[in-house]
Ligand binder design. Structure first.
Ligand code: AMP
Ligand code: AMP
Length: 361
């Protein structure tokens, strides 16, 4: 892990009146760039040549650093360019997906918005479980081995795979049968089979709340909610049951997009308490705790019980549904506010109160 001291040293060389907000061109980059623009901060996009069309068309990046592959952001010349531009990097899902957590936390010598240490907690299922348990949240049961499966169970591949290769089973036999099928379809490798995570399948609807933990205003803000649009799980309802059986479909959960939702108002107090508890627990596991956006993946059952099955200690792409505003951001700010802009606002406020070192690592 790169030390606070090293990042402080880099920041002290920065021209703070000419900061830039930088990120990899994917995931929630447009959201982040638009937010920076609206707060009057420059933007820099590390972009794959094949995706440049997007960032050129929307014209939200003041600087484009073109690469063939995202891992090139680790190259010394790219990092030097970013520091030269006084960039603060905003980490998102593509950092973890394409660089890996360790590379991101140990080898990116550019100030990063948020708490790097928590990105390691997010990356490990064991650590996540400890964190969520510390916050005394309701979690789905987990099974150590396929032999323990005794009810509807979801099998997940390790890492941020966007639900690719997930499948359901309800007994050890059906687990091995389905796994073989997934391997034959090329959705799963034999190597992955031993690393699979087995979780009780919760019957309910998916709710993904977005929060923002502000050190500067000492508040945990509730800014929006989305649900996901996943292939093929969201497609099977379009096929009649008879054909589903004939085709022996095993649904997968590949993320394609997100849909905004508003919640039954009586659920909101509990979601707010959950956010507060997570921030409190985060301070105990990795001081100063969560800095900036975080998001949960939850399922709400018919008894209105909220099961939490994942946490992301950074901006999530689901916040893209709030670009412009979301009902909850509107209620709080009464003006255009969304995750990308909230990050830029925090950076601006921290700069003004000479506390930038408190919000980057
Ligand atoms: P990408 O750059 O699109 O490959 O995304 C990087 C990672 O972020 C992927 O592994 C996805 O799991 C996750 N991701 C991307 N877009 C979304 C989204 N709209 N909602 C949830 N997760 C996403
Ligand atoms: P994840 O990669 O953990 O974000 O999961 C991808 C998708 O799988 C989620 O959006 C849900 O639709 C589904 N899912 C994950 N875990 C569970 C669970 N314990 N019970 C029911 N559905 C789940």
């Amino acid at each position: 892990m790169i030390s606070k001291g090293e990042i402080g040293g880099i920041l002290s060389e920065y021209d703070l009146s000419n900061l830039a907000i930088g990120t990899l061109g994917s995931h929630s980059a447009l959201n982040i760039f638009k937010g920076a623009r609206e707060e009057g901060i420059k933007t820099v996009c590390v972009c794959r040549e094949t995706d440049a069309i997007l960032y050129e068309r929307f014209s939200l990046a003041d600087d484009l650093i073109l690469v063939k592959d995202f891992v090139e952001v680790l190259n010394e010349d790219v990092q030097e360019k970013l520091r030269h531009l006084n960039a603060i990097l905003v980490p998102h899902g593509s950092f973890t997906a394409y660089l890996g957590t360790e590379q991101m936390t140990d080898n990116l010598h550019v100030p990063m918005f948020g708490n790097r240490e928590l990105l390691c907690w997010e990356a490990s299922r064991e650590k996540q479980k400890q964190w969520l348990s510390k916050a005394t949240l309701r979690l789905p049961k987990t099974f150590e081995r396929p032999e323990e499966i005794n009810g509807l169970t979801i099998a997940k591949l390790p890492g941020a795979q966007g639900g690719k290769g997930y499948f359901l089973s309800n007994s050890p036999e059906s687990f091995y049968e389905k796994a073989e099928k997934m391997i034959r379809r090329g959705l799963l490798s034999r190597r992955d089979l031993s690393r699979i995570h087995l979780q009780e399948y919760i019957l309910g609807v998916n709710v993904y709340p977005h929060y923002f933990s502000s050190i500067i205003s000492d508040d945990v803000e509730f800014l929006g909610v989305d649900k996901r649009y996943e292939s093929t799980i969201d497609a099977i309802g379009r096929i009649p049951a008879g054909e589903q059986l004939e085709m022996a479909i095993s649904p997968t959960y590949t993320i394609v997009g997100n849909i905004p939702i508003t919640l039954r108002e009586s659920l909101l107090p509990e979601f707010i308490r959950i956010g507060d508890n997570l921030v409190k627990a985060s301070k105990e596991i990795a001081s100063p705790g969560i800095v900036g956006p975080f998001c949960l993946e939850t399922i709400v059952t018919e008894k209105l019980e909220i099961y939490v099955f994942e946490i992301s200690a950074r901006i999530v792409a689901g916040t893209n549904v709030g670009i412009g505003t979301s009902p909850y951001a509107y209620l709080k700010y009464g003006e255009s506010m969304y995750a990308g802009r909230r990050i830029a606002l925090e950076i601006r406020r921290a700069r003004k109160s000479k506390r930038l070192q408190d919000i980057v690592t």
